[in-house]
Design a protein around this ligand. Structure first.
Ligand SMILES: C[S@@+](CC[C@H](N)C(=O)[O-])C[C@H]1O[C@@H](n2cnc3c(N)ncnc32)[C@H](O)[C@@H]1O
Length: 233
């Protein structure tokens, strides 16, 4: 097991994704995802949820449903202090119709055969159970990811589900400004310049992006850089 990080460090990483700071280059998409997931969590009917988090090493969205969860199972390839089950998402070690909710955020892009993961998630969800998915559609290549996803591909992957809602995590304007920020961060080669950028240009770009996105009404979504998906079995 990787014990290089403490539980509180993982939880802090989760909080940084759930409630990102303006100094985070991904602020525009993270803030929109949190808004979307907050709305979805308010719509959940049961107070006794059995939840599976696939790729659940960090669990940013667990606090949104904490008071309605009977059991929270975190599954990941990597064994860390927050992971309950070490396994591949392509072969979930659970019998069918087990979970009320499956959360799978920013994980599908790492898997060679995303359709296998979707079929497994469908299998272990109870009839009527929900999947909350979040995937990138445009982002720099950190070297270990395999895919980016567009709405039509998501619809094909989730064809077995009876209801699929695909929401952009911000429109094209937010996508443009977020892309600027993640590119600037790549260009900052030294820790000192990265730090300077984080506390100067980065919040400026985020703020500007948020203002212009609001002014544009988020109408154009051709360059959405991330999508949230609610799928119901
Ligand atoms: C970018 S992290 C996302 C963590 C968290 N879900 C979030 O939204 O912040 C991707 C996670 O997926 C896990 N992962 C990648 N491929 C996997 C696979 N085939 N099966 C299970 N977990 C996998 C990685 O180990 C990593 O913890």
């Amino acid at each position: 097991m990787d014990k290089s990080q403490t539980v509180s460090q993982f939880m802090q990483q989760g909080r940084d994704r759930l409630d990102p700071s303006l100094t985070n280059p991904n602020w525009l998409v993270l803030r929109e995802r949190s808004r979307i997931f907050r709305r979805w969590s308010a719509q959940l009917k049961s107070a006794e949820l059995k939840v599976l988090d696939v790729g659940g090493r960090i669990q940013p969205y667990r606090p949104l449903i904490a008071d309605r969860t009977r059991q929270y199972v975190a599954l990941d390839l990597r064994s860390t202090l927050l992971v309950d089950v070490m396994a591949r998402a392509e072969y979930l070690p659970f019998s069918e119709d087990q979970f009320d909710l499956v959360i799978c955020t920013q994980m599908l892009e790492y898997v060679a055969e995303p359709s296998l993961v979707m079929a497994e998630i469908f299998r272990v969800l109870k009839p009527g159970g929900n999947l909350w998915l979040s995937v990138p559609s445009a982002a720099p290549d950190p070297g270990e990811e395999l895919w980016r996803f567009l709405p039509s591909a998501l619809r094909a992957l989730l064809a077995a589900f009876r209801r699929v809602d695909i929401l952009p995590e911000g429109g094209s304007v937010a996508g443009l400004f977020r892309t600027m920020n993640v590119c600037f961060e790549i260009f900052m080669r030294y820790p000192s310049t990265k730090l300077m950028y984080r506390y100067s240009l980065c919040p400026l770009i985020n703020g500007m992006g948020a203002l212009l996105e609001k002014a544009s009404g988020g109408r154009n979504q051709q360059f959405a850089v991330n999508y949230s998906v609610l799928a119901q079995k």
